[in-house]
Unconditional design. Structure first.
Length: 233
């Protein structure tokens, strides 16, 4: 069955150089609403480097629309993959790449946490680790990607070892460049809570300020740490 899933993924993840994917074992790690779905597929879609490079000093309208476009493409893509898996009697739950600004300001406001973390699925799939500004960092393309996840009932075997600890070492470039001063430089591992190393509310507020001052709209956008990370450049 896993070989069949891989064949389906490869048919959809085109061009292949724009994507990474992996399989995760998630038993005991997810919200009870996902009971029975103990396995997952993590899919990453690379961002356009030429657009990301232009946000070194703050977000641009080009980056904002590219970010949204990639999220929309991933949502459609994961939907198509899930549909084909379902047609082959492989039951799935598709997790949207992102939530809306309105949802962040209402449903998820108290914690800024959704019901499932794409970064959790990705680290369990061995695709990367969590950096000091709470980004998924991959060896090949660093943090310059967007993620989506597909949950499975059927067992899949991870092809890469889960990553349990940060590989950022002493690098503090993202910490120092963060305009919100949201990170304190502490290293992530699977025993560390987000709040111990990163203040998501400071980040959110700065992103909202950039939306108003740079884009003249109600948007949450920054990306400076994405552009600054030396991994995958």
């Amino acid at each position: 069955m896993q070989r069949q899933i891989i064949e389906i993924l490869r048919r959809h993840l085109i061009p292949s150089e724009n994507y990474i994917y992996g399989f995760a074992e998630l038993t005991g790690l997810l919200h009870t609403k996902f009971k029975g779905f103990n396995y997952g597929i993590s899919i990453g879609r690379k961002l356009d480097y030429s657009i990301v490079e232009k946000i070194a000093e703050g977000p641009t309208m080009e980056y904002y629309f590219h970010y949204r476009k990639v999220n929309e493409e991933l949502a459609l893509l994961s939907g198509r993959i899930s549909a084909e898996l379902n047609e082959n009697n492989i039951e799935t739950i598709t997790i949207s790449p992102t939530v809306s600004t309105e949802e962040l300001d209402t449903i998820y406001f108290n914690t800024l946490r959704t019901d499932i973390s794409h970064k959790l699925v990705a680290t369990r799939a061995g695709l990367g680790w969590i950096g000091k500004t709470d980004l998924l960092i991959t060896k090949k393309i660093g943090p310059r990607l967007r993620l989506t996840s597909i949950l499975l009932k059927d067992r899949v075997i991870p092809e890469s070892k889960p990553i349990d600890i940060s590989r950022c070492g002493t690098c503090n470039i993202c910490v120092e460049i963060c305009p919100a001063k949201a990170a304190n430089g502490k290293i992530w591992d699977i025993t560390v809570e987000r709040e111990d190393f990163f203040d998501a509310w400071k980040c959110r507020n700065q992103c909202a300020e950039f939306g108003r001052s740079r884009l003249s709209m109600d948007a949450r956008v920054c990306g400076m740490c994405v552009a600054a990370c030396p991994i995958g450049q």
